[in-house]
Design a protein around this ligand. Structure first.
Ligand SMILES: *Cc1c(COP(=O)(O)O)cnc(C)c1O
Length: 227
């Protein structure tokens, strides 16, 4: 087995173990492979290893990559979406996880209607009120959901959040628990939370979608100033 296939298998095993600890069915957790910066040929190998749902955070990068695995994978958008990219997002993605305003939702609804599509979306929540992050304030969720529910070509499936970075995943547990509470209050099915360093805690707290990049594809290269 190649390293990529081994990584995917290991993550699936760890998801299954976390499900067992929480008395959940492993089939209820979707493993989303986050492929930002990953090359198209690696995508092909990931599909061959049985990973078929991917997440991208930039429209242009996704447009370049999606054809490499056309018809063999499904795609979720997980980055900040500008309204002028709404049309492209509707054409490319099965789920748009990062809807953070009624204005963006309105734009998405307009293009989905023109495409004759019902677009599945998640609402992104700024779970810790961080100035550096996008997402809706938890208090605004009921009113925003009510407005978006009036749009006939969008289907709100759940909530997504990126909690504050923490060295110890246990520190993130309260944020995962809070997002689940919010999701339950709204009566929605999906809960997208948990990344490479904290997905097991997220699964224990009810995640239905985990978004994993580095633990599958390796650490992304960062820009390092040389002086
Ligand atoms: C990059 C990214 C991830 C994956 O992060 P890893 O730490 O590489 O697993 C998950 N969600 C979002 C929104 C991301 O941008």
């Amino acid at each position: 087995m190649n390293a990529l296939a081994a990584n995917i298998e290991l993550i699936r095993d760890r998801i299954a173990a976390a499900c067992q600890r929480a008395g959940r069915d492993a089939g209820d957790v979707l493993l989303l492979g986050v492929t930002k910066t990953v090359l198209p040929e690696t995508l092909d190998a990931a599909v061959a290893a049985g990973l078929t749902v991917f997440g991208e955070n930039k429209i242009q990068e996704a447009q370049a990559k999606i054809p490499a695995v056309a018809g063999r994978a499904r795609w979720h958008f997980i980055g900040h979406l500008q309204t002028n990219k709404a049309r492209a997002a509707i054409a490319l993605f099965d789920v748009i996880q990062s809807v953070d305003s009624v204005k963006l939702a309105g734009e998405l609804d307009k293009w989905a209607a023109l495409d004759g599509k019902t677009q599945s979306i998640l609402l992104e929540v700024n779970i810790a009120g961080e100035a550096s992050k996008h997402g809706l304030h938890p208090d605004d969720l009921p009113a925003v959901l009510a407005e978006i529910n009036r749009l006939t070509h969008l289907e709100v499936s759940g909530l997504m959040a990126i909690p504050p970075a923490a060295a110890d995943p246990e520190q993130t547990r309260p944020f995962f628990r809070y997002l689940r509470t919010l999701r339950d209050q709204l009566g929605l099915p999906e809960l997208s939370m948990g990344m490479s360093h904290d997905f097991e805690v997220a699964v224990e707290e009810g995640a239905t979608i985990v978004r994993i990049g580095a633990a599958i594809f390796g650490e992304r290269k960062r820009y390092e100033p040389t002086e």
